[in-house]
Design a protein around this ligand. Sequence first.
Ligand SMILES: NC(=O)C1=CN([C@@H]2O[C@H](COP(=O)(O)OP(=O)(O)OC[C@H]3O[C@@H](n4cnc5c(N)ncnc54)[C@H](O)[C@@H]3O)[C@@H](O)[C@H]2O)C=CC1
Ligand SMILES: CC(=O)C(=O)O
Length: 375
Amino acid sequence: MFIGIPKEIKNNENRVAITPAGVLNLVESGHRVFVETTAGVGSGFEDVDYQEAGATIVPTAAEAWDKEMVMKVKEPLPSEYGYFREGLILFTYLHLAAEPELAQALVEKGVISLAYETVEADRTLPLLTPMSEVAGRMSSQIGAQFLEKSKGGLGILLGGVPGVKRGKVTIIGGGIVGTNAAKIAMGLGADVTIIDLSPARLRQLDDIFGTEINTLMSNPLNIAQAVKESDLVIGAVLIPGAKAPKLVTEDMVKTMKPGSVLVDVAIDQGGIIETVDRITTHDNPTYVKHDVVHYAVANMPGAVPRTSTIALTNVTIPYALQIANKGVSKAMEDNPALKKGLNTANGMVTYEAVARDLGYEYVSADDALRVALTK
Ligand SMILES: NC(=O)C1=CN([C@@H]2O[C@H](COP(=O)(O)OP(=O)(O)OC[C@H]3O[C@@H](n4cnc5c(N)ncnc54)[C@H](O)[C@@H]3O)[C@@H](O)[C@H]2O)C=CC1
Ligand SMILES: CC(=O)C(=O)O
């Protein structure tokens, strides 16, 4: 199979969808990889590194996009929709429930799109996990920074010092992002509370962290109380594929101390905080509303591209190899985890939560692919 790797164009997105080691893997299996020039530079990989691994460097995005399968990191931006065409296999993060225009373009053009974030194996999301680990760890670091006075924050140190109270951090959603946010916030010495909807998950968190953290059941009363008392709130909820529920209301935000900080990591699925009304960028990451600092960057791992690119491609390449070796239909037939990744095919929406949230008819992956075979 011919596989194209365009350079990422989102603001400050320095990750790339493949490393030279990944190229070698694909080339050794008989495939050809076409990498847009300088695509890897932000992650520390030069064109020559890819060439030595067996890739062909192409001078333009168009020459990466015209291959049978395109691998990316972030969801395509409107300027890339022109590259879509019937039968193109697109393997990347998509977050379609929060990206209706992108969903429409993929459907209209008949793209076979597989979203990293909905590939699901044994109730885990293996292609989301490493980036959630990165973003979770970053969220506490970032929150701590924006609590500094010069950054618009309250002017507190999360760990306090002897004789001075520690800062309070509330993490809503105790999955991968939440657990990693808690590790770093606890390491900084903060007083940490995790809120989750799943009693089983709260029990696991209690087993992991012991009495060092507080766990709370997710309900509007507990969230309101915790948000009011917190210096930093981190949004880390996910309902796979679906638009994130608004769990922190504007009224709750108004009860926070001026200079408190909200980091809505779940912004890539639309965000869980009502006052997060825009996606921010690494160039301009925050805005202030009701005197509270809001951070809503949808590609947080893009700020640490070397770590993130390697972590991401460690998990994506084995799936890309299955698609390239067997063809997309057989690869999905053999691997139900990959089939869960299918979001659109042949003009149909094949992920139920995306179809429901965006108002499309849901067609199962099997039915959508059957239509393709009879075309
Ligand atoms: N902004 C960024 O750069 C990045 C954002 N993310 C996003 O972070 C979000 C979280 O991802 P993960 O931690 O990997 O998901 P996860 O599936 O590991 O964890 C989600 C948690 O939310 C909990 N939950 C569901 N409904 C809830 C509710 N009503 N109240 C409280 N908890 C609830 C679940 O029980 C689960 O423990 C996703 O939207 C993901 O796409 C991930 C990486 C980077
Ligand atoms: C998960 C995601 O969208 C990211 O890492 O940017």
